[in-house]
Design a protein around this ligand. Structure first.
Ligand code: TMP
Length: 234
C-alpha cells in the first residue's frame, strides 16, 4: 500500500476509518536536515514503544494527543490531524543549535525554560521563527501560538518530572501539534530519543540522537536504555 505521506522517520497510511491513520516508525535516521543518513535496526520499534508509553503517560496527566491505539511492533493508530507547520522546541539546558547560535556552553541550565518556534519546512531546514512570523505566514494565529507555548510548557513539566524518576535529565525536545477534524489542537507526531535530548542524571551520558549526530557510537543502546528505564517507572 502506498503511504499517504512519508517523512524522514515515519510513514502514514490510510485505514478503513477515515478519521484514523496508521503511523509506521522507520529504522532510518537523519540529522542536520538529512545531510547525514543511516539505518539503525530496531529504531522504529524502540521509538514506537517509547512514544506510546510517553503518550499514555501524558494522556493520564491530562495532555491530549493524537494517539488512538497501539497496533503492532512498529505501528500506532493515530487520529487524523492536520499538522501545524510550527514546530515547538522547549529547552531546559543549553545544547545543540542554541549553543551554536549564541555561544552558550552546552550543559548550561536555564532558570526558566526557553520556548522556540520553527517553520516545519524540509526545503528551508526548519528555520527559527517567532509568533509574528507564524501569524503573517498563516501558520498559526496569535492565540494559537500562545496555546502552543502554554501546552509545550505543560508537556515539559510532565516530562521533566517523569524522566527524573527514570534517572534521566530532559535537556530539550521538539514537539508538533495537529488539528483534529473537530478543530481541537492536540499533541501529534512522536516523543522519542529522536526528538528529545536525554542525559543520564548521574553521569551526563547522552542517550539520544546526539549519539548519532556526534558519532558517539552505540546509538540504539542509548534508545534501549531509555525504553528500559521508562518501562520500569511507568
Ligand atoms: P536543536 O538544538 O538542534 O535545535 O534541537 C532541539 C531539540 O529538537 C532536540 O531535542 C532535537 C530536536 N529536533 C528534532 O526533533 N528535529 C529536528 O529537526 C531538529 C533540528 C531538532
Amino acid at each position: 500500500m502506498e503511504p499517504l505521506y512519508e517523512g524522514k522517520a515515519k510513514r502514514l497510511y490510510k485505514t478503513d476509518d477515515a478519521e484514523v491513520l496508521r503511523m509506521e516508525y522507520k529504522d532510518e535516521a537523519t540529522a542536520f536536515n538529512a545531510e547525514k543518513k543511516a539505518v539503525f535496526e530496531s529504531k522504529g520499534k524502540l521509538n514506537k514503544a517509547i512514544t506510546l508509553l510517553l503518550y499514555k503517560m501524558l494522556e493520564d496527566k491530562g495532555v491530549k494527543t493524537h494517539l488512538h491505539a497501539d497496533l503492532d511492533e512498529v505501528n500506532l493508530l493515530v487520529k487524523k490531524v492536520e499538522i501545524l507547520l510550527v514546530e515547538v522546541i522547549v529547552r531546559n539546558v543549553a545544547a545543540g543549535s542554541f549553543s551554536k547560535r549564541v555561544g552558550v556552553a552546552e550543559g548550561t541550565p536555564f532558570k526558566t525554560p526557553i520556548v522556540e518556534f520553527s517553520y516545519k519546512s524540509d526545503e528551508l531546514g526548519d528555520p527559527l521563527i517567532n509568533d509574528d512570523y507564524a501569524r503573517e505566514m498563516g501558520l498559526a494565529t496569535e492565540a494559537e501560538c500562545a496555546l502552543l507555548k502554554k501546552q509545550a510548557l505543560v508537556v515539559n513539566e510532565v516530562l521533566i518530572d517523569f524522566f527524573q524518576k527514570c534517572g534521566l535529565r530532559l535537556i530539550d525536545f521538539k514537539i508538533e501539534f495537529g488539528r483534529l477534524s473537530s478543530g481541537e489542537i492536540v499533541l501529534a507526531d512522536e516523543v522519542s530519543p529522536d526528538t528529545c535530548r536525554l542525559w543520564d542524571a548521574e553521569t551526563g551520558k547522552k542517550l539520544d540522537k546526539d549519539r548519532f549526530r556526534q558519532d558517539l557510537g552505540d546509538v540504539m543502546e542509548g534508545y534501549q536504555e531509555v525504553l528500559r528505564r521508562i518501562e520500569e517507572v511507568k
